[in-house]
Design a protein around this ligand. Sequence first.
Ligand SMILES: Cc1ncc(COP(=O)(O)O)c(C=O)c1O
Length: 385
Amino acid sequence: MRERFPALAAGAAYLDGPGGSQTPQEVIDAVAGYLRDSNANLGGAFATSTATDDSVARARLDAAEFTGAEPQGIAFGANMTTLNFQLAHAVGRTLQAGDEIVVTQLDHDANVSPWLLVARDHDLVVRTAPIRTDDVTLDEDALEELIGKRTRVVAFTLGSNAVGSIPNAARIAAAAHRAGALAWADGVHLAPHRRLRARAWGIDVLLCSPYKFFGPHLGIAAIRPDLAESLPADRVRPASETPPGHRFETGTQSHEAIAGTAAAVDYLRSLGDGELDAAFERIERHETALAERFLAGIPDHLTLYGIPRPKGRTPTFCFNLAGHEPRSVAARLAERGIYVWDGNYYALEPMRALGLGPAGAVRAGFVHYTTEDEVDRLLEALAAV
Ligand SMILES: Cc1ncc(COP(=O)(O)O)c(C=O)c1O
């Protein structure tokens, strides 16, 4: 499988997956092939335009299968953040002063700031569900207590891009629905690690980004189709309103990235002999083994922030080394061809809750193309710092 990723041939250990993954050749070919053979706008009477219509329609089906949602509610956009600002703005227009939004301390800021701004514009109240700082997991009991009669949206993450913790999505969505609120999930970090199941978990809006699951730079929102139809969308007058998810696709999309996204879903299917479920079972098994290997070998001078076991988390590890700035650790690893992130990765809330200053922490993330040898290289390099 690694041979399908040209970038991996150069020998660097790409442990920056939570910031963006590498792409297999079939994704690269789909992007280039679209631009070479079918480059056009939608809805015309000629071959390249009908090919573009078909390509986008197919990608909508693939995005729906990938997110576990209906194709009619799929909206493509520039990235998750831009889509979330747009959708939160639409929801805000339906709310009354004094209505409440619940956000969490585990979330990336892309699922916090849109709600803070909407709250400011519409005089809403924002309540923040805390994390437990010992293992950096979401305190779901405390979150449930924050949900009340005025709660309209519960915005939470399916997986933390900082520390890897995976909250119980079905439990949170059920609590939101009991109060008549929308369950609004950020699936960006979880997407390359676990099968997403928007409808089965009861999620009304699930957002993710193909560039984190081996595709090109793009955002996807999987919106419950009736909600996509009823939310006020900012549209130009001639734009089509169907399918409903399309109402949030303003202007011309990156058709090449949409074609590449369909190829990324195809690539993932191929890992499970045609089935996404089987692919993600294999991915999880491999990633769990990598996480065990890493956790068993961490040096004494490393402070890990997060669950110290493979269960309940993705293989994304956030840590500091005693006496070293995160940036200098990342630079020392880079000298050995090991690419990791440092800073806060826009996960402002958890980093603040952990008392980490602006320098933040180091983050090493494994994905299915990470090898045991790369984990060992990381451990050796950390021991040497
Ligand atoms: C958990 C999480 N949510 C949201 C985002 C923002 O995604 P995008 O870059 O598509 O706006 C990121 C990006 O790092 C992320 O990791």
